[in-house]
Design a protein around this ligand. Structure first.
Ligand code: MSP
Length: 640
């Protein structure tokens, strides 16, 4: 029996909506899960959301929701996204789950009782964005490296976890287990960090400052620091301390994270486990960052990539393939739609897609649409040896998948695809078809090619499960069965002769590059190229539009209308307006703002509220941005 396998993604903060980066990590976890299913292993795949802390409270306030309402809303977005990307996680953990909170309490108590937590006053440089203290040497030019703002000095009494006590133990552990943190560059990074004395970790926040968290079991005036809370999801979700799942899966735990959270996972987490008397996880697998055409993905740059959009435009499997093939696990990668289109056209449409339709149409032409009988004698005469190539490919694939070198695993499969395409050219079945004496040879070549397709469909299963199943169906096999089991793939000539094949199809249509663009940065270029202005009007026609400056005096959400806000404005006279800006602006931040209103627009009822005019805004991919006036003017002032 193969060993069970436990894989986790980071639990994502609910202060942002899911994007390409989250999708990548979670798809990788899905790919590795499916790979272990190929080995017939029992797998547990965990993902979830991180829901406590300051950031979340602030994000909730911005949306005019209570923290509870807010976390429920965003957590659901993550939870519902994964099935859309064909991600099959076994469980979705939330740090606001009662079971998780209970485990955090238990472990804190255990570590406290063991004497590894102490109370002390601390003055330090605190970044509110990161929700943590920074040491001088961690700052870059005196600023937080992530948020690029100067941290604030705060002084408070807090609880500290004696991490320093375990520093030497951790160094030894990393040195004795070379694959503990991988790839190597991140192991070296952690070891380099551990060369300097480790500071103890502040693990509490006073309730006077933050209430949205798990109360410390030994002092109800404090809540637990988010990282201490979040990391424990990996054991709480398995039913720690005595769940059956915990016993089975914890000894084989592997985590996947990006380089941004190497330190909490490579340092805090093993030390927390050690202090709590829990065995240490097996591997921390660290990948790089997706940048968008060389720059960091960020809301302010307006280049955040939505995975659902990509799925919609290019198809789910093509999107998944691109992510896995393009990124060298461990290094950064640059996302661009041009690269995506190129990969789809060359690797998927040309190489795999062509091979598939070529073989199926030949099988219909020359073998009455059935898997033919192979002939050993003909095989020998032809000197065909696709079997050795197939078995070597499976071994290479398995080795690379095992060591998280996914792009290399795919490269091996594509070499095999190239080899099969070449075999068609060399054997030229269309020539054999014309000679009566070559019929056995023709059948043998066709059998081998169809068998090759069966192997390929199994090997692409982790990355492109939908396409793998489609290929099975067209090969007349059972797409619901465990066709991807490595044992089955290694069983050369398992394809039964006489199986009815379906008529050939195009697996991946070619994409015309100009037609499809979506990523925000390229979208902007496209917009600039194709800016279409409305037909010319006269000044007289323009003067019929009554534009006025209005001051917002009151704002409130409209029940059940996610996007709408009801505004009371002053424009010399009081007016009620409805504006579709609720996803970008909170009611509070609007009070007192001056905006531009089309004052003579015909009134319209929106969600039961009569809107007497329209607020003007610039609208792009990220939503509406209100137009305003450069200096304050009297409400009602007209625009010309
Ligand atoms: N809540 C913490 C993790 C706690 S785990 C106990 C957190 N959340 S996060 O929402 O910020 O997610 C960070 C993770 O999202 C990264 O480690 C990575 O897995 C993924 N990514 C976010 N942006 C990314 C890229 N641009 N590129 C690749 N992955 C990225 O940190």
């Amino acid at each position: 029996m193969p060993e069970p396998f436990y894989i986790t993604t980071p639990i994502y903060y609910v202060n942002a909506r899911p994007h390409l980066g989250h999708a990548y990590t979670t798809i990788i976890a899905d790919v590795i899960t499916r790979f272990h299913q190929m080995q017939a292993a029992d797998v547990f795949f965990l993902t979830g959301t991180d829901e406590h802390g300051d950031k979340v409270v602030r994000a909730a306030q911005k949306e005019n929701l209570s923290p509870r309402e807010y976390v429920d809303k965003i957590s659901r977005l993550f939870k519902e996204l994964w099935p859309e990307l064909n991600v099959n996680n076994n469980y979705f953990v939330r740090t606001t789950d009662a079971a998780h909170m209970e485990v955090v309490s238990q472990i804190l108590r255990k570590i406290y009782d063991a004497g590894d937590i102490y109370f002390s006053e601390y003055e330090g440089q605190y970044c509110f964005g990161c929700e943590r203290f920074y040491t001088e040497r961690e700052l870059v030019g005196g600023k937080c490296p992530d948020h690029e703002v100067e941290p604030e000095i705060i002084k408070e009494s807090n609880y500290f976890f004696k991490m320093s006590r375990y520093q030497n133990w951790l160094i030894d552990h990393i040195k004795q287990n070379p694959g503990f943190i991988r790839p190597k560059r991140y192991r070296n990074e952690v070891l380099a960090f551990l060369k300097e004395p480790l500071e103890d970790l502040c693990i509490s926040r006073p309730k006077s400052r933050l209430k949205w968290g798990i109360t410390l079991p030994f002092d109800e005036n404090f809540v637990t620091y988010v990282w201490f809370d979040a990391l424990l999801n990996y054991v709480s979700a398995l039913g720690y301390p005595d769940g059956e799942r915990f016993a089975k899966f914890w000894p084989v735990a592997q985590h996947i994270v990006a380089k941004d959270i190497l330190k909490p996972h490579g340092i805090y987490w093993p030390i927390m486990l050690k202090a709590a008397g829990i065995p240490i996880y097996q591997h921390l697998n660290v990948h790089g960052y997706w940048n968008i055409e060389q720059s960091k993905m960020s809301k302010s740059l307006g280049n955040v990539v939505d995975p659902l959009q990509l799925r919609k435009i290019y198809g789910l499997d093509a999107f998944r393939f691109f992510l896995i093939r393009e990124m060298n696990f461990g290094l950064d990668s640059s996302f661009s739609e041009t690269a995506l289109v190129q990969r789809i056209n060359s690797d998927l449409a040309n190489d795999l897609g062509n091979l598939f339709s070529r073989i199926l149409s030949m099988a219909h032409k020359y073998c009455i649409g059935q898997v033919p009988q192979f002939d050993l004698q003909a095989e020998r005469e032809l000197g065909l040896d696709l079997q050795t190539g197939a078995l070597e490919t499976i071994d290479t694939f398995e080795g690379h998948m095992q060591s998280f070198e996914f792009h290399k695993a795919l490269m091996a499969v594509w070499e095999f695809i190239a080899r099969m395409n070449k075999m068609i050219d060399v054997t030229a079945p269309w020539v054999m078809a014309k000679k009566k004496s070559s019929q056995k040879q023709l059948a043998t070549v066709m059998y081998q090619l169809l068998e090759g397709l069966r192997i390929i469909s199994g090997l692409i299963y982790p990355v492109m499960p939908g396409t793998a199943q489609k290929m099975q169906k067209y090969l007349g096999l059972d797409p619901a069965g465990p066709f991807y089991h490595l044992n089955q793939l290694r069983n050369w000539k398992a394809l039964p002769s006489g199986t009815h094949l379906l008529k050939s199809i195009v697996l991946f249509p070619r994409i015309e590059a100009q037609k499809k663009t979506f990523a925000a940065s390229t979208q902007k270029e496209e917009d600039a190229k194709s800016l279409k202005f409305k037909p010319e009007i006269t000044i007289e026609a323009f003067s019929r539009i009554d534009l006025r400056v209005a001051t917002i005096v009151q704002a409130e959400p409209i029940p059940k209308a996610k996007k709408l806000l009801k505004l009371e404005v002053d424009m010399g006279q009081k007016r009620t307006l409805v504006a579709g800006i609720a996803e970008r602006y909170s009611a509070e931040e609007l009070i007192g703002k001056q905006v531009i209103v089309v004052a003579n627009l015909k009134p319209a009822k929106l969600m039961g509220v009569l809107s007497n005019g329209m607020v003007v805004a610039a609208v792009d991919d990220s939503g509406p941005t209100l137009a305003s006036i450069e200096k304050k003017v009297a409400p009602g002032t007209p625009l010309k």
